[in-house]
Design a binder for this molecule. Structure first.
Ligand SMILES: NC(=O)c1ccc[n+]([C@@H]2O[C@H](COP(=O)([O-])OP(=O)(O)OC[C@H]3O[C@@H](n4cnc5c(N)ncnc54)[C@H](O)[C@@H]3O)[C@@H](O)[C@H]2O)c1
Length: 269
């Protein structure tokens, strides 16, 4: 049930590649809650995905940008502000990619060029988009920025490989930029640490199906879905959460606090 929680808010949503993208569902929820926003992704992803269908449904435009390229980001902000008619109130950073994961390389066989690319795309891009906004004053006071993380930032999940380092760095950028942007202009920055959900990026993780089932059976509430994530993002983008910043918020059905569930224990009896 929509309550127009985001009426009058202007946003930018990164990462809606296809209907399985978490960002896709977040965009649908934001639209229902009265927000206006632009959509963005890399030119290749826009060509191969269905972002234009989502743009049509949410009465907006798609602006190509590689999130590792600060020139692209500047153009993205400027075109978004022009199209939306004012400065930005919320940003969803829903970006992740690791060639080491895609190529299923063992953790002790990483390619370092690809490792640096993983960090740049999946973590440093958040710093780049925050810094571009900070230096050019593209965000309104109390704007809300969300990035998506995973508990692999803190614990070892074998197939998660160098993405675990990207997520650890990402959460650190959330805390540090959250401090600086908060002091300067009351901008909030948070990470949502999300349960496994089936998407193009997650399918690349070795053993994803089993990771999904494991965390589903460990969590008292079961895995959080993309819809659960979208609901949380709406709350975080809204004016109901103006003092919530610099946090990693676990949207995981309780998984992060469980040592062993009876469902999983049963498998060993
Ligand atoms: N699906 C899950 O199980 C899960 C769980 C926890 C966190 N996450 C995180 O959620 C986010 C979204 O992933 P998803 O599962 O929706 O998968 P997805 O594949 O739909 O989204 C990843 C997006 O990143 C974009 N991207 C890659 N390189 C880029 C670049 N250089 N510039 C701009 N965009 C770029 C892709 O085009 C794609 O749209 C990621 O950060 C992912 O790590 C996913």
């Amino acid at each position: 049930m929509a309550c127009q929680l985001l009426k009058g808010k202007r946003g930018i949503i990164f990462g809606a590649l296809n209907t399985n993208s978490i960002a896709w569902t977040v965009a649908e929820y934001c639209f229902k809650e009265g927000a206006t926003f632009t959509l963005t992704n890399t030119p290749v992803a826009i060509r191969l995905g269905n972002t234009h269908d989502l743009a049509e449904a949410s009465k907006t435009i798609v602006i190509p940008a590689d999130a590792t390229n600060t020139e692209d980001l500047k153009i993205l902000y400027e075109k978004s502000i022009e199209f939306l008619g004012g400065k930005i109130d919320f940003v969803l950073h829903s970006i992740g990619m690791s060639k080491n994961v895609l190529k299923n390389r063992e953790y002790h066989e990483l390619d370092y060029t690809d490792f640096l690319k993983t960090l740049d795309i999946s973590a440093v891009s958040l710093h780049k988009l925050m810094q571009t906004a900070y230096q050019n004053d593209y965000l309104n006071e109390f704007a809300s920025v969300i990035t998506l993380s995973y508990i692999g930032a803190h614990r070892v999940f074998e197939g998660y490989s160098d993405m675990s380092h990207a997520k650890a760095l990402l959460e650190s950028i959330v805390r540090n930029f959250g401090y600086h942007y908060g002091k300067a202009r009351n901008v909030r920055i948070n990470a949502v640490s999300q349960s496994p959900a089936y998407s193009t990026a997650s399918k690349a993780v070795a053993g994803f199906d089993k990771m999904f089932d494991f965390s589903n059976q460990m969590s008292p509430l079961g895995n959080a879905t993309a819809q659960d994530c979208a609901g949380l993002c709406v709350a975080l983008f809204s004016d109901l959460t103006t003092k919530l910043t610099m946090q990693t918020i676990y949207n995981d059905g309780g998984f992060s606090n469980v040592g062993m569930s009876s469902d999983v224990l049963l498998k060993f009896t």
